[in-house]
Design a protein around this ligand. Structure first.
Ligand SMILES: Cc1cc2nc3c(=O)[nH]c(=O)nc-3n(C[C@H](O)[C@H](O)[C@H](O)COP(=O)(O)OP(=O)(O)OC[C@H]3O[C@@H](n4cnc5c(N)ncnc54)[C@H](O)[C@@H]3O)c2cc1C
Length: 510
């Protein structure tokens, strides 16, 4: 589709409206442009454009607060809910022409302030783009970017298929633009490596379909760079034949942490390597109210069986408080898992990657518990540490097929990605928690470096805004991304106007 032209003329003739910028909050250099863009959107799409209205029942308010983390509750000038790729194309043309800052929201699960919401700009929420189409031979499924994983799975599981998507119900498709751990991580690799194509609206409003044959450089670049190249309206995902599933979550008491540490390490280096139909998400929860840490692990076998295989049995042999493991569906498990992750609390999470080492895994858990205990007075404090393997098979699949740079790993060695998160009730506590938390993470990374275990990869979907996720992909890939950017976004629309989240470094790698 050709980009829209002559918008200046159109918007100049629009009456100036309820979009009048709120003078006390809008920076003067942005205010006029943003109100112009909101007015233009309202004239094209009156039913899809929502002016600032902070009454709690308004669509505007609901959209601006529809985020997992309270760090993302910002104050956009207007909210736009497009229903089709064409509508996104018109909107992006308006934003580019008028120089209006905007944010793109998928499922709203990033905790990075400004990654998917914006102060004094336009919040584009993808939630109305929700079509799902199976290919005639069922080998792929094309999904709208407004869907969550628990909306995708019920449409395909009954047909005998699954996709390499998220494990928690309400998470959105942004996962498959960043990396993506799934129930199939050991057998199929990362979500991005199972994306067969993208439909994307570029900075000038042009719509492009990518796959291995069409726009192959953009196809490569979109696997791990989130909102840096365009607004993705659809993903085409390779399907996975559904072979049944046996799984659930197991909750462990604090007394068995030593056994869990051992199992967690063994899972990284043995089980995930040898039995690729297994999936475990070894997780530890710190509960500030009781100052205790317990285990909580989703455990899945991707086959129709009526008992866990021997490779996973040790997870049930350890004393546990509760197990929901049974013959299950992925959507039911995704719903069950997300139950403990409510929207609207303050969230912060960091990530980094190491070569798995038993004593380091034990060390980081102990230190993290110590750190959490030191701030246990913070109201509502809960910590979450998860320890996720990228198996050698997944690394091989990733290789040079995406920009992450996992091909830099030593051959034959798996990697471990840490998710280190904190949650608490009040934004007023951010100033006390965040600086100390940042220092703690830095010391953990430094210790991994000292022990020669640190691998230079920051997984974008789990990263904090202070981490340089895309720079971590390595000089060669950053340079290639910059070249793709020069070709597909020569005016740097997605650097200048979409400033939130992880960005491709602007300078040439040194
Ligand atoms: C409870 C919970 C469970 C999780 N489980 C998993 C898991 O199992 N596996 C895993 O790998 N990760 C998981 N994550 C991390 C998750 O992948 C990231 O938070 C991811 O960013 C979520 O995508 P989203 O669409 O919900 O987020 P959003 O915050 O809406 O988007 C994230 C980023 O992607 C960009 N983006 C979103 N949609 C588009 C689009 N259409 N075009 C261009 N850019 C876009 C946004 O601008 C933003 O910068 C989980 C997170 C949470 C909070």
């Amino acid at each position: 589709m050709a980009p829209l032209r002559g918008l200046s003329v159109l918007v100049a003739t629009l009456p100036s409206l309820a979009w009048a910028v709120c003078p006390e909050t809008s920076p003067p250099y942005l205010g006029v442009a943003v109100s112009t863009c909101c007015a233009a959107l309202a004239s094209y799409f009156p039913d899809s454009t929502f002016a600032r209205d902070n009454s709690q029942s308004s669509t505007y308010y609901r959209e601006k607060t529809a985020f997992w983390s309270a760090t993302e509750w910002l104050d956009p000038t207007c909210v736009f809910l497009p229903s089709s790729t064409d509508e996104v194309s018109i909107a992006v043309s308006i934003f580019s022409e008028e120089g209006c800052p905007f944010a793109i929201r998928g499922g709203g699960h990033s905790a990075i302030r400004g990654a998917a919401n914006i102060d004094n700009g336009i919040l584009v929420s993808m939630k109305r783009i929700r079509d799902i189409t199976m290919s005639p031979d069922n080998s792929t499924v094309t999904i709208g970017m407004g869907l969550t994983w628990s909306e995708v799975y019920p449409a395909i599981e009954p047909l005998g298929y699954m996709v390499v998507g998220g494990r928690f119900a309400t998470v959105g498709t942004g996962l498959a633009l960043g990396a993506g751990f799934s129930f199939f991580a050991n057998s199929h690799g990362l979500a991005i490596d199972n994306v067969a194509g993208h439909r994307v609206v570029l900075g000038n409003g042009t719509v492009v379909d990518t796959d291995a044959e069409h726009h192959p450089e953009l196809y490569w670049a979109l696997k791990g760079t989130s909102n840096n190249f365009g607004v993705v309206t659809h993903l085409t995902l390779q399907t996975v034949p559904h072979r049944g599933m046996y799984g659930g979550r197991v909750t462990y008491p604090p007394s068995v942490l030593p056994q869990l540490k051992r199992l967690t390490y063994q899972y990284q280096v043995e089980t995930a390597e040898r039995d690729i139909d297994t999936h475990v998400l070894p997780s530890y929860v710190y509960d500030g109210a009781t100052n205790t840490t317990y285990g909580f692990s989703p455990i899945v076998y991707n086959q129709a069986v009526d008992a866990l295989p021997e490779s996973l049995q040790p997870w049930l042999d350890v004393e546990h408080d509760n197990s929901t493991i049974k013959s299950n569906s992925y959507v039911d498990l995704a719903e069950e898992l997300v139950a403990g992750f409510p929207d609207g609390l303050v969230q912060t999470h960091f990530t980094f990657t190491v070569y798995p080492n038993e004593s380091y895994l034990s060390y980081i858990l102990d230190k993290w518990v110590e750190f959490c205990s030191s701030i246990s007075h913070i109201e509502g404090l809960t910590g979450l540490q998860t320890v996720m393997p990228i198996s050698t098979l997944a690394i091989e699949k990733s290789g040079i097929n995406n920009p992450l740079g996992l091909d830099r790993a030593e051959p034959g060695r798996p990697l471990t990605v840490f998710y280190l998160g904190l949650q608490f009730n009040n934004v007023e506590d951010i100033d006390e928690v965040f600086p100390a938390w940042g220092v703690f993470i830095r010391t953990m990374e430094a210790e991994a470096k000292l022990q020669d275990l640190l691998f230079p990869y920051i997984m974008l979907p789990y990263s904090d805004g202070t981490q340089q996720a895309i720079a971590s992909y390595g000089e060669r890939n950053v340079k290639r991304l910059q070249e793709v950017q020069e070709r597909y976004d020569p005016d740097l629309v997605f650097q200048r106007l979409v400033t939130g989240g992880q960005k491709i470094p602007l300078n040439p790698p040194s």
